[in-house]
Each structure stands twice: as structure tokens, then as C-alpha cells.
Design a protein around this ligand. Structure first.
Ligand SMILES: Nc1nc2c(ncn2[C@@H]2O[C@H](COP(=O)(O)OP(=O)(O)OP(=O)(O)O)[C@@H](O)[C@H]2O)c(=O)[nH]1
Ligand SMILES: [Mg+2]
Length: 236
């Protein structure tokens, strides 16, 4: 099985200079950077031998929608390049996928892992949304998620399409709250609904390196909550 490391970047040059050289290229078959930056991140990534897709529409979700057609790996690992995703887990995620999982999450809340990037609001939000997904979408009765929100995870590339994550109607709550979301919570919700084989490994989340936080806690929080509830009747 081949693996693509999928890296969305929005002005992450400081962190990319530190993180990219740490990645052992023999672990993976393709490094794909999907970029919306104005700070030269794309040029740096090309210099480092990464494939670069420059996104046309603004927002994190569009990086996925425009980037996924360029993914060649059977499996994809989605990776935050801001220091939040320790590179040591790239081979560990691949090893876990080999056990037959459709999705493996690098959980920040599966002991002994810890997040050094959380503040009280993101810690509470991630706890709330993860437990709401477990309770409302059934994963709690199987093996519950400890982290349904984190970007750092591996999955079968086709799962993105099987769960209709490329379809516009999947993201209606964005319009209600005037924002563009990430795709991970919806991926977690629909993977649980579809009862695919889900695993987790513990992995820390170190603090962000340089750059600026893009997370919009209030809008995203409200929209994610709406998405969790809407999925009770939408998308069977
Ligand atoms: N291509 C692209 N990447 C994005 C976009 N928004 C965020 N990212 C990248 O996605 C990764 C994860 O970002 P977020 O989940 O929004 O959160 P964050 O900004 O890292 O927030 P903290 O980690 O809490 O500081 C970061 O490396 C960002 O650079 C976007 O619109 N386009
Ligand atoms: Mg981050």
C-alpha cells in the first residue's frame, strides 16, 4: 500500500523549515502540500521536493477538496505542519493501518498522550465534540473516540469520497455561521455512522511553532455542533 502525506499550509514558513527536514521520505510515497499562503511556504515546499497545489478557494476545507484529486496514495496521512503533529507517528500510523483499519487517529487524549497546544477553550471544545459524536453517532457503543477532532490521522484515501466529504451539501452548517470548516469532525462522524474499522494511537500535540493560529473557536465551535446534530438525520 502506498501512502501520501497531505499537508495543508497557510503561512507556516517558520514551522515548515523546522518540521519538513525531520520527515524521513522513505516512510511515504508522496508529500503533497496544499497551500494558501502569501509568505513563500509554497516555494520552500517545492525546494524541498514536495508536490505543491495552490488552492483557489479560501478556507481549510477547500485545501482538502482541491488537494484530494492529487493524492496518489492508497492511504493518506493528514498532517498539520505547524509543529502540532510529531513526525515520529508517521510510521506508527502506517503500521496501525496495516492491521486492517479504515481510519487511525493520532489521539491527543488517549493516555499517555497530552496536548501542549490546548488552552482551556480548545480542551473543552475537543472534549465536548468528541463525546457528542461518540454518543449521538454510535461510536460510544463500539470503541469510543478519545479525539474526533484532530487533523493528524491516517485513512484509506477512498474513504474521503465514500463519506461524501467532497460534496458541497455536506457542509451546509458553514453557511449558517459564515465560516469554512475543517473536514475532520465530519469524517469522524460519518466513519462512525458507516461503522468502518476505526483505531487510535496516542500521540502528543506539541505547541505551535511560529505563525498564527487560524482556528476560529466560536464560529467553528457553533458550526461543528450544528454539523454533529444535523448528521442525526442527514446522510444515512
Ligand atoms: N491550505 C490551507 N491550510 C490551512 C488553512 N487554514 C489552516 N490551514 C493549515 O491547517 C493546519 C491546521 O490549522 P487549524 O486546524 O486551523 O488550527 P491552527 O491554526 O493550527 O490552530 P492552533 O494549532 O491551535 O494554533 C495549519 O498548519 C494551518 O496552516 C487554509 O485555509 N488553507
Ligand atoms: Mg495547529
Amino acid at each position: 500500500m502506498s501512502t501520501t502525506l497531505f499537508i495543508p499550509t497557510l503561512n507556516e514558513l517558520d514551522a515548515m523549515r523546522i518540521i519538513l527536514p525531520q520527515i524521513d521520505r522513505s516512510w511515504i510515497d508522496q508529500v503533497l502540500v496544499v497551500d494558501g499562503s502569501t509568505d513563500g511556504t509554497a516555494d520552500y515546499a517545492r525546494d524541498q521536493g514536495c508536490e505543491v497545489v495552490v488552492q483557489k478557494h479560501k478556507g481549510l476545507r477547500w485545501a482538502f477538496i482541491e488537494g484530494f484529486p492529487h493524492v496518489r496514495g492508497d492511504w493518506v496521512i493528514t498532517f498539520s505542519p505547524d509543529g502540532n503533529s510529531p513526525v515520529r507517528s508517521i510510521p506508527l500510523l502506517i503500521e496501525e493501518m496495516k492491521k486492517g483499519y479504515d481510519l487511525v487517529i493520532a489521539s491527543r487524549y488517549l493516555p499517555p498522550a497530552k496536548s501542549a497546544d490546548d488552552d482551556w477553550m480548545t480542551a473543552f471544545g475537543n472534549w465536548l465534540f468528541t463525546h457528542a459524536i461518540d454518543l449521538l453517532h454510535g461510536h460510544a457503543w463500539n470503541r469510543p473516540y478519545t479525539d474526533a477532532m484532530v487533523m493528524y490521522r491516517a485513512y484509506r484515501t477512498k474513504l474521503f469520497y465514500e463519506l461524501d466529504l467532497d460534496k458541497e451539501e455536506s457542509y451546509a452548517p458553514e453557511r449558517w455561521f459564515g465560516t469554512i470548516l475543517g473536514i475532520e469532525p465530519l469524517l469522524s462522524i460519518r466513519a462512525a455512522k458507516k461503522k468502518v474499522k476505526i483505531g487510535e494511537i496516542p500521540e502528543d500535540e506539541p505547541a505551535r511553532i511560529g505563525g498564527k493560529r487560524k482556528l476560529q473557536p466560536f464560529r467553528w465551535g457553533a458550526a461543528y455542533l450544528a454539523q454533529i446534530v444535523r448528521e442525526l438525520w442527514f446522510w444515512k
